[in-house]
Write a protein that binds this ligand. Structure first.
Ligand code: GRF
Length: 196
């Protein structure tokens, strides 16, 4: 059997998608290993989840910037991921825009999951955008990351109906159920391609 695909995960929040990837690894659906988890938010539960699973989990210190991901920091993170042997980077609720030099170090090797059917509703709180807009349908998208905001090539999507009594929260919860299936599935498919 081939070597497990080495994953690095970047997040800022609860880390439920990182957990779904871990669960898929544990159940044998995904032949991979998460070797490094990084969060720009020291309070992010993603760090605790990772540490509980015995994964190295560290804080990215963005020097007090609220949303900016300084270039020199991106270079340092890219080097840290490379050093850990990461082959594929998964953004999972990471709230800063990844650009050069990370994109240069990991060309077509950075994925993101977004809670809408892109290109609809890029950006923040996409589930709320869908409810406010009266959309009948939403969902989630796994895509390659490029220098734009949620603009990279789409790999796969899962649809979710928007119900008449949906709130932003209820829709987000239903979308997350699909995210937790879609992300591990896409990572597994990419892993198979990379090992061919
Ligand atoms: C997910 O809804 C994801 O689509 C978005 O941020 C949320 C992260 O959730 N990018 P979690 O931290 O994986 O629980």
């Amino acid at each position: 059997m081939s070597q497990p695909l080495k994953l690095g995960v970047l997040g800022s929040g609860s880390g439920s998608n990182m957990q779904a990837i871990l669960d898929a690894i544990d159940s044998g659906e995904l032949h991979a290993e998460i070797v490094l988890v990084l969060s720009d938010n020291p309070e992010g539960y993603i760090l605790e989840r990772a540490r509980k699973a015995g994964i190295v989990a560290e804080v990215i210190d963005c020097g007090g910037y609220k949303t900016k991901f300084p270039e020199e920091k991106q270079a340092a993170v890219a080097a840290q991921l490379k050093e850990a042997g990461v082959e594929l980077v998964c953004l999972a609720g990471f709230m800063r825009l990844v650009k050069q030099p990370m994109l240069d170090v990991f060309p077509e090797r950075i994925l993101n999951i977004h809670p809408s059917l892109l290109p609809a509703y890029p950006g923040l709180m996409a589930w709320k955008q869908a409810v406010d807009d009266g959309a009948q349908e939403s969902g989630c998208t796994v895509h390659y990351v490029d220098a734009g905001m949620d603009t990279g090539p789409i790999i796969k999507q899962a649809k979710v109906p928007v119900l008449a009594d949906d709130t932003a929260d209820s829709l987000h919860q239903r979308i997350q159920v699909e995210e937790h299936k879609l992300y591990p599935e896409v990572v597994a498919a990419i892993g198979q391609k990379l090992r061919q």
